[in-house]
Design a protein around this ligand. Structure first.
Ligand SMILES: CC(C)(COP(=O)(O)OP(=O)(O)OC[C@H]1O[C@@H](n2cnc3c(N)ncnc32)[C@H](O)[C@@H]1OP(=O)(O)O)[C@@H](O)C(=O)NCCC(=O)NCCS
Length: 179
């Protein structure tokens, strides 16, 4: 289940962050400042509901992702999934939901940066139509890691909506986005 990220998710997300991003994890303050951007950001949290346990307060945070929406397009700020849940489509679901939000906001393109050695993320992004458009040396700090700049464009087309639908259909189960 994907829900909008709220302030009460931040402490848990910040605690998970060093295990998700072993290099250059974000601080709780950075997540706070992102949520403070209001309509210029869309952050989603992925919750895993233990089987047979419907109560909302038992849901565990297993992933999170954020989108920036600006005049010149949308931008993936971060996407992370707890290691125990890798490979189950959580990252793809978060990305598909954010890309749909970007389309709803009228964005014509979506950009991101990704570590040059992050094969899993690059596979995911390529499947969602992102292509390399540049290289930023030493982009990640403090590690100094290099980043590819990737962009999906155009995303404001019927064809791109179909690409997202097809990518979602290829995943096990369905996603419900609660407001
Ligand atoms: C990148 C990340 C968000 C993907 O999340 P996920 O939930 O595992 O993603 P999905 O299950 O949708 O899988 C996407 C692709 O990742 C790859 N992948 C997933 N788990 C993997 C694993 N354990 N080892 C290697 N590759 C893996 C696969 O290529 C997969 O594509 P496939 O389904 O066609 O095989 C997750 O690996 C993560 O949080 N990594 C650490 C943080 C990070 O690097 N974020 C991206 C910053 S740009």
């Amino acid at each position: 289940m994907l829900v909008p990220t709220r302030w009460w998710h931040i402490a848990t997300i910040a605690a998970l962050e060093p295990s998700v991003f072993t290099a250059d994890p974000w601080s709780a303050e950075l997540f706070w400042s992102e949520l403070a951007q209001g309509d210029q950001r869309c952050y989603l949290t992925a919750l895993s509901r233990p089987h047979g346990r419907p109560a909302h307060d038992l849901d565990a945070i297993v992933g999170y992702a954020g989108l920036a929406i600006g005049d010149d397009g949308a931008y993936i700020q971060t996407v992370g999934v707890v290691p125990a849940m890798w490979g189950r489509g959580v990252g793809a679901r978060l990305m598909i939901a954010l890309l749909r939000r970007a389309r709803q906001a009228g964005a014509r393109s979506c950009g991101l940066e990704v570590r040059t050695d992050n094969h899993a993320a690059r596979v995911l992004y390529s499947r969602l139509g992102f292509v390399d458009i540049g290289l930023r040396r030493g982009y990640y700090q403090p590690s100094g890691g290099d980043a590819y700049v990737m962009r999906a464009r155009p995303i404001d087309t019927v064809g791109y909506a179909t690409l997202l639908d097809d990518a979602e259909q290829a995943l096990p189960g369905r996603v419900r986005l609660e407001e």
